[in-house]
Design a protein around this ligand. Structure first.
Ligand code: XIL
Length: 346
């Protein structure tokens, strides 16, 4: 039995599934992805860019395969994501002449997208990340084409459309750096404001792209507590822990990709992660999962952003082309010390 079976009384254990895996044949039941996980998020395939690449042209091949993988592995499907400012084509916000479209026109596009995508998977997707990364680090609403064209209520509309398209699906708000008090306060305001309009946010997703060096356990705990207090559940939606050195500003929320290019790429563990760092990673995961277990009644799911170290986007973010070790399974799909530490907690 894998990790998901061990944690079955506590919360779902999910993974992100890469597009290459969604273009391949079904994994066998004893493949790592099936053995260890019971919730499946498409790493990219359900993003607007991929699922509606051209106006009115939908591409469901990979998303359909995600549903089959979940069936094959007896797991849930998590929809990611309906509204985001990234991985969304420019045309969404423009007319044929390349001019910015009106509020009404963009709302119509949003509605069509959500009704088509959520409607297709009605009853088969457990919940949707309806809106992704809408907050600034100070908790205010981020300036995006969605907000510029529609107004602050674009979020409300997205949730309403999603609920109409599949009334039984859970609806989530998802964001990164959710261990920061101001940002979490922004999410709490959002949840309460939506509640005042009769819209339930079933869970707030804390992405969880962490490092060995941050955040502190206390920061994560305070955030979880604040969200629970606001009457919503918490999901850890994209967990990974980079072991590689990061510059000072790595967690400020600024576009650090820029500042990285000025520095030489530092990639210290290309020949494998030394024992000492394996242990640090195991300790970090152990602390995090212990905390999640303490709040298990309010945490619906913990999803790792990938299955094996080789699959992880952290090999390319925030610096391209490094060798990272952020997940629980090594490049051969074998459990690491971090896996053992997490497994031993239950
Ligand atoms: C990332 C994927 O992992 C990459 O493959 C892709 O190139 C960029 O997006 N926050 C999110 C995820 O909500 O969708 C992002 O996934 C990581 C950050």
């Amino acid at each position: 039995a894998g990790l998901a079976d061990k944690y079955t009384r506590h919360f779902l254990i999910g993974t992100a599934v890469k597009s290459s895996e969604l273009r391949s044949t079904l994994p066998s039941k004893d493949a790592p992805v099936c053995r260890e996980f019971n919730a499946f998020t498409a790493e990219n395939a359900m993003k607007w860019q991929h699922i509606q690449p051209e106006p009115g042209v939908f591409s469901f091949v990979m998303a359909d395969q995600l549903i089959r993988i979940a069936e094959q592995c007896n797991g849930k499907v998590i929809g990611h994501t309906l509204v985001w400012h990234q991985q969304t084509p420019e045309w969404v916000f423009e007319d044929d002449a390349g001019n910015m479209i009106s509020r009404e026109a963009l709302l119509a596009r949003l509605r069509e997208h959500i009704f088509t995508v959520v409607g297709r998977y009605k009853g088969r997707v457990t919940g949707w990340d309806v809106v992704n990364e809408a907050l600034n680090e100070d908790g205010s609403l981020r300036d995006t084409p969605w907000r510029r064209i529609i107004g602050d209520d674009y979020i409300e509309y997205a949730f309403k459309y999603a609920r109409q398209a599949d009334p039984s699906a859970e609806l989530y708000y998802n964001d990164y750096n959710m261990y920061k008090p101001q940002k979490v306060a922004g999410a709490v305001r959002l949840v309460k404001q939506l509640a005042s309009k009769g819209i339930k946010v079933h869970a707030v997703g804390m992405q969880g792209h962490y490092s060995l060096f941050y955040p502190s356990l206390n920061e994560v705990e305070q955030s979880i507590a604040a969200l629970i207090n606001a009457g919503t559940k918490v999901a850890i939606t994209e967990l990974d822990v980079t072991v590689l050195p990061l510059p000072e500003n790595a967690h400020t929320g600024a576009d650090i990709t820029q500042s990285f290019t000025a520095h030489p790429v530092y990639d210290p563990y290309v020949d494998g992660l030394p024992e000492e760092q394996q242990q640090l990673l195991a300790d970090k995961y152990k602390d995090l999962f212990s905390l999640f277990l303490q709040h298990a009644g309010h945490i619906s799911r913990v999803t790792l952003w990938g299955s094996t170290d080789g699959d992880s986007w952290r090999n390319n973010w925030p610096i391209r082309g490094r060798t990272d070790y952020p997940l629980l399974l090594d490049r051969e799909g074998k459990p690491k010390a971090a896996y053992q530490a997490v497994a031993e907690l239950v």
